[in-house]
Write a protein that binds this ligand. Structure first.
Ligand SMILES: Nc1ncnc2c1ncn2[C@@H]1O[C@H](COP(=O)(O)OP(=O)(O)O)[C@@H](O)[C@H]1O
Ligand SMILES: C[C@@](O)(CCOP(=O)(O)O)CC(=O)O
Length: 331
């Protein structure tokens, strides 16, 4: 019966495997320092209020219970049309947040309709390939589940057991589906469990095949934000289109990315501090950057960062969905 819950979840970088992981290949990712914080407070008023500090919105979102109770059984499309009208804006960001919250509300009880929700970003750029969407969804799912007494953090550190983490991850994955359509599940898994991980979607359950990389060596990456905005959903669809149009060619490129992941995983597991390991990892980063370019998810600014890194003897690739967003340089 908590009145107030504050949760944060981290963003991530994908070392290798973005896009390919959507098509059943593996990917390697690790959590980063930047986080999204969600604070939920129960109120007596039957309404849902959002405050998105990170997006510096002029008007907070305020939904009254009477306006939405009939929508509980509506389709996603009906909900979307309603929300556009309701908010009188066509801001993608607002819609995202409202949709995921409504999803949770409808899948739970009406108790949740008396809530103030505040979302903040701590050093995590939004919509830049570092998984802010998954971080907000994981934090939001956790806050809701705690408020519903479905999970109980224990001890001074407020730790959550394995079962609770699974529940959070499953909810966050469904929320990601609302936003992205066909997410691989890697972003929400890393935001839930943290650390470094190798992830591969199984044919039946996508979230089970998630294994930690215990011997991940200490590596330093410089993350550069191009500040070019992009849309994960559109980029994932564009790759899907390429795959449908040129199944063999695109399929082989995704296969090559999978091979890069496999090699990188072995390299990380048997890492030695010699130049050899570093050089091999650098080669893989450079090759993958170009492979991602070849399936249409590059950007001139990402290439510029790649080239500048090369000029200084470093290796760089885009990270996340591409088309803008961030690049990682191994330093
Ligand atoms: N702090 C935040 N406040 C509001 N919305 C957020 C916040 N963090 C993430 N989001 C949501 O995450 C989405 C960005 O997701 P996406 O395009 O996948 O990029 P990213 O790589 O950052 O996950 C936005 O639509 C936005 O609604
Ligand atoms: C392109 C993809 O592999 C990663 C997307 O990451 P981000 O949303 O750009 O942070 C999509 C996915 O795995 O669901």
């Amino acid at each position: 019966n908590m009145k107030k819950v504050k949760v944060s979840a981290p963003g991530k970088i994908i070392l290798h495997g973005e896009h390919a992981v959507v098509h059943g290949k593996r990917a390697i990712a690790c959590a980063v320092d930047g986080r999204i914080t969600v604070e939920t407070t129960k109120t007596d008023e039957t309404s849902l209020k959002f405050k998105m500090v990170a997006l510096s919105m002029r008007n907070d979102i305020h939904i009254k219970l009477t306006d939405i109770e009939n929508l509980a059984s509506s389709s996603k499309i009906a909900l979307t049309i309603f929300l556009f009208g309701y908010l009188k804006v066509n801001s993608f960001y607002k819609l995202h947040n409202v949709c995921v919250c409504l999803f949770l509300i409808f899948s739970k009880s009406n108790n949740f309709l008396c809530l103030n929700i505040e979302v903040k970003s701590q050093n995590l750029p939004i919509g830049a390939g570092l998984g802010s969407s998954a971080a907000i969804n994981v934090a939001m799912a956790t806050a809701f589940l705690v408020m519903a007494d479905q999970i109980q953090p224990t001890g001074n550190d407020m730790l959550l057991n394995e079962e609770s983490l699974t529940l959070i991850n499953e909810h966050a994955y469904l929320m990601e589906k609302i936003v992205h359509g066909n997410p691989s599940g890697i972003d929400n898994s890393v935001a839930t469990y943290g650390g470094a991980a190798s992830f591969q979607a199984g044919v039946i359950t996508r979230l089970k095949n998630f294994s930690y990389l215990p011997s991940f060596p200490e590596l330093r990456f410089l993350v550069t934000d191009t500040k070019v905005s992009r849309n994960t959903k559109a980029l994932v669809s564009a790759v899907q289109e390429k795959l449908s149009q040129y199944p063999e060619t695109t399929g082989h490129i995704l296969y090559a990315i999978d091979e890069i992941c496999k090699t990188a995983e072995k390299l990380l597991a048997n890492w030695n501090e010699t130049e050899n390991s570093q050089n091999q990892l650098k080669d893989l980063l450079k090759i993958n950057h170009h492979l991602l370019n070849s399936i249409g998810v590059g950007h001139a600014k990402l290439d510029k960062i790649h080239q500048l890194s090369n000029d200084f003897g470093f290796a760089c690739k885009l990270t996340g969905a591409g088309g803008g967003g961030c690049a990682i340089t191994l330093i």
